[in-house]
Design a protein around this ligand. Structure first.
Ligand code: HEM
Length: 186
């Protein structure tokens, strides 16, 4: 007779394994959909929208306003010249932010790879964040602008680390915080 609990679990049932031996409890069904996923996501998105004012329409407004400014910017503008189809790019970036803040799972891409060929330097990230935060403040409630700024800062930091690693450089200790800019006139 096995003595330890682990050995008892592994041991055959008393009387041995009989042909046709049935498990008394049904094995877990793996084909059933997890019922809470879609509903839970929708509830989470609704809760976030309620708390921050962020929804798909607001994100699209932020993204469009941001690129209108970024394309005019002397430092960033030339880097966006490679974008051929702006509507496709904007749709992809709205899906990205929708995934990041509304947990929609709509974005399937690789931001790290997209930025590697651009030769980005810390000043590009600082300027990008300054413009993005200013745009978000002008287009969103303070709670929404704060959430977007926080996520943008974390993602920019991770992109900057990847770019620096690829360029064989020591990564910046932090991305310089740009001076607070006045809200953009809408
Ligand atoms: C440092 C300044 C930045 C510049 C100049 C820049 C520029 C670009 C350009 C030119 C593309 C298009 C690449 C292509 O299609 O060939 C792109 C894609 C993208 N960027 Fe940036 N970017 C910057 C920072 C950021 C930051 C901080 C974020 C996020 C917080 C971001 C998010 C994205 C995303 C999600 C894509 C789409 C990647 C894909 O799925 O193809 N970018 N960016």
């Amino acid at each position: 007779m096995p003595t330890t609990p682990a050995a008892r679990l592994q041991a055959p049932p008393p009387g041995g394994i009989r042909k046709g031996h049935r498990l008394r409890t049904a094995p877990p069904t793996v084909t059933q959909p997890i019922p809470e996923t879609a509903a839970r996501r929708a509830a989470l998105a609704a809760e976030i929208a309620d708390r921050t004012g962020l929804d798909e329409a607001t994100l699209e407004r932020v993204v469009r306003a941001f690129y209108a400014a970024a394309r005019q910017d002397p430092l960033l503008g030339p880097l966006f010249a490679r974008v051929g189809d702006w509507e496709a790019h904007i749709a992809r970036i709205v899906a990205f932010w929708s995934s990041v803040v509304l947990l929609s799972g709509r974005y399937h891409g690789n931001p790290a790879a997209a930025h590697l060929p651009l030769g980005l330097q810390p000043q590009h990230f600082a300027r990008w964040l300054e413009l993005f935060e200013r745009t978000a403040r002008a287009a969103c409630r303070p709670e929404g602008a704060a959430l977007l700024a926080d996520r943008a800062r974390r993602i920019a930091r991770s992109l900057a680390l990847g770019v620096a690693a690829r360029q064989g450089e020591r990564p910046p200790r932090r991305i310089a915080r740009a001076r607070p800019a006045p809200p953009a006139s809408s």
